[in-house]
Design a protein around this ligand. Sequence first.
Ligand code: EPS
Length: 385
Amino acid sequence: MPRLRLTTAGESHGAALVAVLDGVPAGLALDASFIDVYLARRQRGYGRGGRMKIETDRAEILAGLRAGATIGSPIALHVANRDHTIDSLPAVHRPRPGHADLPGMLKLGTADARDVLERASARETAARVAGGAVAARLLEELGVRVAGYVRTLGPIEAAAPPRDLDELIAARDASPFLCPDPAVTDAMTAEVDAARDAGDTVGGIVEVRAVGMPPGVGGYAQPDDRLEGRLAAALCRIQAMKGVEIGLGFEAARRRGSDVHDEILPAAGGGGVRRSRNNAGGIEGGMTTGEEVIVRVAMKPISTLRRALRSIDVVSGEPVAAAFERSDVCAVPAAGVIAECVVALVLADALLEKTGGDSMAEVRRNLDAYRAACDDLLRNVRGDG
Ligand code: EPS
C-alpha cells in the first residue's frame, strides 16, 4: 500500500480536473500559488496548440488545509476548465492511429470515441501536476529538489545540462522549450515549424534529476519495493510515453561491467563514502544510493495529425482519414514538467515509507535520525590522503 496516493478525475472538456492526494503528513505549509507555478510551466513550450491560449490553469485547494498548512487529511485540488464544451462536441467515428480511440471504442462497446478521448487526453496531466507539485513541496521541505527538462526534441539533441541544479533550472526556465541548452533553441524551433507546416507532430525525450535523496530509500525485498520499477511505471503512465531509462540506461547493456558500475571511494577526509561517477542514476538494487536520481522518458509524437493518417469510419465501415481535433504540434516541454511531478510523487512516497510519521515534525525527526545512523555506520572509513 503506497504511503502517498494520487487519484485524478476529469474530462478534457468537462467542468474541471480534480485531484485527491492522500497521505501528506500534517504541518506542511502549502499555498495554491506554489502549485500554480507548476501548472503555468506545464502550459508553456513552443509547439503547443490553441487550447493553452484558452486556459489559465489555477489550483483551488478544496480540502486538507487549515490556515495554510496541511492537517494530515486528504488534499483535494480543483483545476477549472474554461473550455467546458463536452456536451456539445461531436461524436468521433474515425479513430486516430496512436490515440486511445480505437482500443477504447472496442473496450467500451461504442462507435463514438468521444467517451474515450475525453478522459484519455493529456489534459488529465493538469491534475497530476497539481498533485505532484504538493509532493515537490513536501520534498523541498525535506531537502530534496527535483527538476525536469527537455533533452531531445525529434532528432535535435541538447548538450548535457549544467551540473549545478540552480544553473540548470535558470537555463531551463529561460528556454521556450524548457531545455537548459540554449544552443539548440533555433534547431528545435525549426523542427517544430517544419512539422507544423507539414501537418505533422514531434516527440522527444525528457530527463528528470532529483538532488538530496538520502540513501537506502526504496527496497529490494519484494519486486514492488524496487524504485527502478516504481519510477518506470510512474513515467510510462504519462500519456504518450513509450520508454524509460535510468542513469546510463540502455547504453549500459552495450558496455562491460567495469565501464558501468560506480566505484565506492572514501569521501574526502574519510568518515563517509563517495562514488567515482553516477552511471546508476542514483539507484542500485531498488534503492537510492544517495547520488542524484537521473531518469529519462521517451514521448512519441502526438497522435492527432492535421494531415491525418489512414483510418476507418467505424459507423460507415469506409476507409477514411482519421479525425482531426485541435491539438499540439509538440508537447515535449510539458512532458518535462509532468515527468518532474510524477518523479516527485514516487520519491515522496518512498521517502515517507522510509521515515514514517504523521506530522512533518515527526518525519523530519525520523529523517535526521536515519541520516545520523548512516553517518555513524560509515564513520570508520579512512580518508584517501
Ligand atoms: C491538453 C489539452 C488538450 C490537448 C492536449 C493536451 O486540449 P484540446 O484537446 O482541447 O486541444 O491540447 O491533448 C492531447 C494532445 C491529446 O492527444 O489528448 C493539455 O491541457 O495538456
